[in-house]
Design a protein around this ligand. Structure first.
Ligand SMILES: Cc1cc2nc3c(=O)[nH]c(=O)nc-3n(C[C@H](O)[C@H](O)[C@H](O)COP(=O)(O)OP(=O)(O)OC[C@H]3O[C@@H](n4cnc5c(N)ncnc54)[C@H](O)[C@@H]3O)c2cc1C
Length: 484
């Protein structure tokens, strides 16, 4: 055989082998049915959800699961629940909407009740799941849950997607930002500059007839049970109409921008009250009814159509604060919850049960703080400036351990987000990465600035009942000779 013919022969042999290999790969693929479990966590939406798109395109059968964990309703070491009633209600309503959406597509949202990783694990076992798809999260506790499942089920293909932030992990790696102040982070982001990729829409990528088959279960009444337990007779305050769900989130985004309030955002964002004085995007971002990319691009679109100014820039600036805390939380891991945060020095505090109680219920000697806490307890919301004042009072005037305050906020906030809450508390307590140390807001000055006429304090009945911080002062303690 000539050299040329020999070469051709070899190529043909190689092609044949390649075809056989591909064919066997195809048959393997047909033998293994991809039974996927899609686990919803902080991504309660169908659009701009890369993990969900992947799961739908790469499965033969699929089940959608969300877990309601009763242990999150039990008081923890800080005397607070991990999941308070305001956010519970918000989540339940969002789940109901998601369940309806999935049902219209011939699928089911299976709401399980129990210890989260145990419930997911049991579902994997019972339904021969060989692929678990879940959005990647920044919280240490949530990350450990997925890690635990990966270790328990090495045969299950665990696929995770990063979709809770504006930027990708790859973009952040390129930034070469090894944690540090917000200014450093923002400067780097804006100097590069990093681009926020366009959000995706499920309808444009996958028509319903191409969805995988549904894995269904019979017993699915946990959602109803939780509604009965936690929705009760609750009526939403008229001036804080937080309707939950992906549709409500999208509607809120459009109506906020249509209201024109974005044009004056920078001047109004610090006000203590008023629906349109700030965007109120936070509850939707916290549970993933909206993605930050959807908001970012809606603001860009608004700037193109209605004009950009300092205020529209400032909305993006604040979204960068959120972004910063998400990446910081990922870097800090469990140090996000540590008393000394990132610093070597532990703050000087004590535990005054009475002061703590008074702060929580809004009965301190500080009317503005009282009004803020009552607003929080009633609505689940408090403005950013309000949060700064209330947290500063907790740390500086009341000299309490900041972690108890953070945990109480976690319980009360409708928009609780692990990175933003614990990160901001660290920042005010002076144990975070900020080089300037903690923040002490002068309550009198803040009252003068934001509630000079006392309207907010009257609305929330903040007037101080007594001017004394502690019922017992040192003089009330028995002296040693009396005790013996
Ligand atoms: C002690 C303390 C605790 C906080 N806890 C939370 C929390 O659990 N969840 C939460 O979402 N935010 C938290 N924040 C940040 C901020 O107060 C809220 O995001 C904001 O008040 C929500 O209202 P908005 O959507 O109208 O904000 P806007 O002023 O309209 O801001 C637009 C968006 O930017 C982001 N943002 C604005 N300010 C901050 C900030 N300081 N840190 C991080 N992101 C920011 C939010 O996503 C917000 O929705 C906390 C702040 C403090 C000081």
């Amino acid at each position: 055989m000539g050299r040329f013919k020999k070469a051709l022969y070899c190529v043909e042999l190689f092609n044949l082998e390649l075809r056989t290999y591909c064919y066997s790969l195809q048959s393997v693929r047909f033998e293994i049915v991809l039974n996927t479990l899609y686990w919803f966590t902080h991504d309660l939406r169908l659009s701009d959800n890369a993990a969900l798109e992947y799961a739908l395109k790469n499965s033969e059968q699929i089940a959608f699961v969300y877990v309601l964990d009763p242990s999150t309703k039990i008081a923890n070491n800080y005397h607070s629940q991990l999941l308070g009633d305001h956010q519970t209600r918000f989540i339940l309503n969002a789940l109901q909407e998601l369940a309806d959406e999935l049902q219209a597509l011939g699928h089911q949202l299976i709401v399980l009740e129990g210890e989260t990783q145990g419930e997911v694990g049991e579902f994997i076992r019972e339904h021969d799941i060989n692929q678990l798809v879940v959005a990647e999260q920044v919280g240490e506790y949530e990350r450990r849950q997925v890690l635990h499942l990966k270790n328990t089920f090495p045969e299950v293909n665990v696929v995770q997607f990063w979709q809770h932030t504006l930027f990708t992990q790859h973009q952040i790696a390129e930034l070469d930002w090894m944690s540090g102040s917000f200014s450093k982070f923002r400067n780097k982001v804006e100097k590069m500059p990093l681009t926020v990729s366009t959000p995706t829409s499920l309808e444009n990528t996958l028509t319903p007839e191409h969805w995988p088959k549904a894995i269904k279960v019979d017993n699915n009444c946990a959602l109803l049970a939780w509604f009965e337990r936690y929705d009760g007779t609750y009526s939403m305050p008229n001036d804080m109409p937080f309707f939950a769900g992906e549709h409500a989130g999208k509607y809120h985004l459009v109506s906020y921008l249509n209201s024109g309030a974005a044009k004056t955002y920078k001047d109004t964002r610090n006000e203590l009250d008023g629906w349109h004085n700030s965007t109120k995007f936070s509850p939707y971002l916290a549970i993933g009814n909206l993605s930050p990319r959807q908001i970012w691009h809606a603001v860009l679109q608004y700037e193109r159509s209605d004009g950009a100014n300092e205020s529209t820039y400032w909305i993006k600036f604040e979204l960068l604060w959120r972004e910063y805390f998400q990446w910081l939380s990922l870097k800090l891991g469990k140090r996000l919850y540590a008393f000394s945060g990132l610093r070597e020095i532990k703050p000087l505090t004590s535990f005054f049960a009475e002061r703590y109680q008074k702060w929580c219920s809004g009965n301190t000697p500080y009317p503005l703080v009282n009004a803020l806490m009552k607003q929080l307890n009633t609505t689940g919301y408090m403005s950013n400036r309000g949060r700064q004042i209330a947290a500063s009072c907790f740390i500086n005037e009341l000299q309490l351990d900041w972690r108890y305050g953070a945990a109480y906020f976690q319980q009360q906030l409708i928009d609780f987000d692990v990175a933003s809450n614990w990160g901001n508390w660290q920042y005010i307590a002076g144990v975070g990465v900020d080089p300037r140390g903690g923040r002490h807001f002068n309550i009198e000055k803040q009252t003068e600035l934001f509630d000079a006429k006392g309207v907010f304090i009257r609305k929330w009945q903040g007037s101080a009942v007594g001017s004394q911080l502690d019922a017992n002062d040192a003089a009330d303690w028995p002296i040693l000779s009396d005790v013996t």
